[in-house]
Design a protein around this ligand. Structure first.
Ligand SMILES: *Cc1c(COP(=O)(O)O)cnc(C)c1O
Length: 355
């Protein structure tokens, strides 16, 4: 199947604004294709950014059969554009689809759609330091029926928009709140799928901790309420004695982050030891108190690396590295963003360059 391109008239073309934050302005074009049971995917098109037409009875609006992805395009110094591990996003998209009983999308077509779309809207890939073009693929169930059951029609679409530097005020640590009250995902549930319902379920806890002055919730496992899972839209890593990076082992209810995986592959080449373990929250806070844990950081596409300066657990704050960002976080951040922006050679085959 090939992708038909319906470009905008030149006089309707928008312009990437000078100032932008995240997820508020969108580029000129979008990709979309539709699926019908018995027919498969068809009508793959790149079209001007526009509203979707949905029946009010569309399955996604009632039963949340939905998945999404998030990746970025980075402007290099030579003007070309890098995509970071887009194949990994396409594969994860299909794993999420399978879990949500949605049809998979042929990986090569998905990749082609990403590349074509970014190329067509290349003027929207910002060059300001730390900025990028955020790319959001998604799939929704569109059958018009309220009867429960997997939809027989789907729409897959991709939108993009400029994203500002995450650390506008410097590489500053965030404060996280370890909730002992709320749970994000349960064993056997959909925590490892990138599906909107996981976020809907997390909003109340996020709002509550924000009122207390914490910017993210750290989730514990749902069975014991004892093992560390992840933070908001990031995975989490703990640095022991400045040299060993430990992250919770994937449990089935943790989203397998591509940034997390990249750190596990990159860090050993920089001289760090890495380990995936079941991490008991009581041990972790004890290790922060004793100074064994020297740094904590979140990792995900949005921030890449986000240092954590303070964790609250059971009404007590545990301060990490004097609430300052540490050398290991900075080292990994510089190396990973260096690869993404094409400033450092990529020995892993992670970069796809669009010119
Ligand atoms: C997307 C996401 C992450 C981070 O994944 P990356 O591939 O590194 O961006 C972590 N946790 C959750 C819940 C997510 O949705």
């Amino acid at each position: 199947m090939s992708i038909e391109v319906l470009p905008l008239d030149a006089d309707k073309r928008g312009e990437c604004p000078q100032e932008f934050s995240f997820g508020a302005v969108f580029s000129d074009h979008m990709f979309r294709q539709v699926f019908d049971k018995g027919v498969g995917w068809h009508d793959a098109q790149i079209v001007p950014y526009q509203a979707l037409q949905l029946d009010p009875s569309a399955a996604v609006l009632h039963y949340s059969q939905e998945i999404f992805e998030g990746l970025k395009a980075y402007r290099r110094e030579d003007g070309k554009i890098n995509l970071f591990r887009p194949e990994a996003n396409c594969r994860r998209f299909n794993r999420s689809a399978a879990r949500m009983v949605m049809p998979e999308v042929e990986e090569s077509l998905h990749l082609e759609a990403l590349k074509k779309l970014v190329k067509l809207d290349a003027a929207w890939v910002p060059s300001k330091d730390g900025s990028s073009l955020y790319i959001r693929p998604a799939m929704i169930a569109t059958s018009s029926k309220l009867g429960l059951g997997a939809s027989s029609q789907y729409t897959h679409f991709i939108i993009t928009g400029p994203s500002g530097a995450y650390f506008a005020g410097g590489f500053n640590p965030i404060a996280v709140y370890i909730t002992d009250e709320y749970r994000r995902a349960v064993a056997g549930g959909v925590g490892e799928a990138k599906t909107g319902g996981n976020y809907a379920a997390s909003l109340m806890a996020s709002e509550k901790v924000a009122e207390l002055g914490y910017s993210q919730v750290l989730w514990l496992d749902s069975i014991h309420g004892q093992y560390i899972e992840e933070v908001g839209a990031m995975n989490i890593c703990f640095v022991y004695e400045g040299k060993k990076i430990v992250t919770p082992a994937l449990s089935g209810s943790i989203l397998p982050g591509i940034t997390r995986d990249s750190i596990l592959k990159l860090a050993p080449t920089l001289g760090y030891e890495v380990s995936e373990e079941r991490m008991d929250v009581n041990q972790v806070v004890a290790d922060i108190e004793s100074g064994k844990i020297t740094e904590v950081f979140g990792c995900g596409t949005a921030a890449v690396i986000s240092p954590v300066g303070k964790l609250c657990f059971m009404q007590k704050d545990y301060v990490v590295n004097n609430n300052e960002s540490g050398p290991v976080s900075k080292h990994l951040y510089d190396q990973l963003t260096g690869i993404q922006y094409g400033k450092i050679e990529d020995p892993f085959g992670w970069i796809t360059t669009i010119d």
